[in-house]
Design a protein around this ligand. Structure first.
Ligand code: C2O
Ligand code: CU
Ligand code: CU
Length: 469
């Protein structure tokens, strides 16, 4: 498939526009009436070519979040395209069927550009998934959840790492908007038939975490996460969705009363461990701090006859975890969240365009365990804040979490909503939590990044290169 994407500017909103140059017309679909970018739909195994033409007033680069592609295609900030410049992304889609996405990744400007509107979905299908006969067409719905702030004349307002108290808050917490948008719209409402649906949720927010639950607390059936389908459906009473994470729900609206209305809410949770010097400031100020309770969207159930369908009990084969196969099983690589000179970082370092430390080099073909550690409260070593950690160039499995006693009550306010069962590329690291990831670097060599997907943290330097060779 060959696709052109042209980010352009209109009324302060930046958007990706796309058209299919070659290949099936449905390779690109749009979210009607939204500033959000197109949805790129491809089958596994397809070679995709995207001609990128940068019509923005800033340098930009496209990152294909979750896709396993060569370094030069991955959107590393080194491959930034100047205003007016062009770049051709060309890669084979090797990933499993699933919900991936794309967004800008220029050094220090990612938060600005994503907030301005640049983000789109990249949906992969394959034969294995098709055989499951999951709800499709109108019943396969993508929902991108974001928070934004607007000025009194309805323009996007972004603080980013700006000056003054607001900038300081946003450096600490990340940008927290006070309006919740779904697919670019406030007060989003979805009309459904009384049949099962597949809902693909992406948290496309810069830094807000959602704790999603139905208002009548009916259980949620999860069928997929970042890297595609789970081995089998799992149930949760709520879903914790950190920035950049995706979740796929199978929702049976056939059991609902005709004409009923349902609300998907974000429930309250502790977004930081208070008590520390900075504790009072964290979570963000404003009318809707991180961890506040609010409605996300409404579902209106149709009046037609109910049609039920069965969800298969097994979805896909996923190799069992074998952590003992990791070359560093006895001594995992550790990465600590840090704060040095008022800048978030990893292991005391911040982003350097070409810099790779000795302990950031991995061998091509190796299997490793990486452990990320976040302190319970803010001190010299960082801590106290949630950080959604994302790694490029790989999909990983979550093999363990541990939490410090001091952070346990905050952790319990959202940990039951984690979906750690499947393949992941982003993992939420709460204050006081340590997470172990198992991954195999058997795809492409090259320099990739790992970073906090709180975009203001990333822009501030909470990002590092690692080299696969
Ligand atoms: Cu979704 Cu490196 O980013
Ligand atoms: Cu990514
Ligand atoms: Cu962070």
């Amino acid at each position: 498939d060959q696709i052109a994407i042209l980010p352009g500017q209109s009324t302060g909103v930046w958007r990706y526009r796309a058209k299919v140059l070659k290949g099936p017309a449905n390779a690109v679909t749009t979210i009607p009436g939204s500033y959000l970018g197109p949805i790129i739909n491809v089958r596994r195994g397809t070679r995709v070519r995207v001609n990128f033409i940068n019509e923005l007033p800033q340098p930009s680069v496209v990152h294909w979040h979750g896709l396993i592609i060569p370094e030069a295609m991955d959107g590393h900030p080194r491959y930034v395209v100047p205003p007016g410049g062009r770049y051709t992304y060309e890669f084979e889609v090797r990933n499993r069927a699933g919900t991936y996405w794309f967004h800008p990744h220029p050094d220090q400007l990612t938060g600005t550009q994503v907030n301005a509107g640049l983000a789109g979905l990249f949906i992969v299908t394959d034969d294995e998934e098709r055989a499951l006969k999951l709800p499709d067409g109108e019943r396969d719905v993508a929902l991108v959840i974001q928070d934004r702030s607007f000025t009194s004349d309805n323009q996007l307002r972004y603080v980013g790492n700006g000056p003054g108290m607001a900038g300081m808050m946003s450096r600490m917490n990340g940008f927290i908007g006070d309006q919740i948008l779904v697919n670019g719209r406030p007060d989003f409402s979805l009309a459904v038939e009384r049949r099962p649906y597949r809902l693909r949720l992406l948290n496309g927010s810069n830094s807000r975490i959602y704790k999603l639950a139905w208002n009548d607390s009916s259980p949620m059936t999860v069928i997929g996460s970042d890297g595609g389908l789970l081995y089998a459906p799992v149930r949760r009473t709520y879903i914790t969705l950190a920035p950049a994470e995706r979740i796929e729900l199978w929702v049976d609206f056939s059991t609902r009363v005709a004409g009923e209305e349902l609300t998907l809410q974000s429930q309250p949770f502790a977004a930081s461990t208070g008590g520390s010097m900075m504790g009072g400031m964290m979570g963000g100020s404003g009318s809707l701090p991180n961890g506040a309770e609010f409605p996300v969207l409404k579902v209106r159930i149709g009046k037609g006859a109910a049609i039920s369908e069965k969800l298969p009990g097994m979805l896909t084969s996923i190799a069992p975890l074998r952590p003992e196969q990791a070359s560093n099983f006895a001594n995992p690589r550790t990465f600590r969240t840090t704060m040095v000179g008022m800048r978030w970082g990893l292991n005391g370092r911040v982003f350097e365009m070409d810099g790779v430390a000795k302990d950031e080099v991995v061998r091509l073909g190796s299997t490793e365990i990486w452990e990320f550690i976040n302190e319970a409260s803010m001190g010299m070593m960082g801590g106290g804040m949630p950080h959604p950690i994302h790694i490029h160039g790989v999909q990983f499995r979550i093999i363990g979490r541990r939490v410090q006693p001091a952070a346990i009550s905050a952790w319990h306010s959202l940990n039951e909503g984690y979906v750690d069962e499947g393949w992941k590329d982003t993992v939420l690291l709460m204050p006081g939590e340590r997470v172990r990831l198992l991954m195999r670097f058997d795809n492409y060599p090259g320099m990739f990044v790992y970073h906090c997907h709180n975009l203001e943290h990333e822009d501030m330097g909470m990002m590092r290169n690692f080299l696969i060779k």
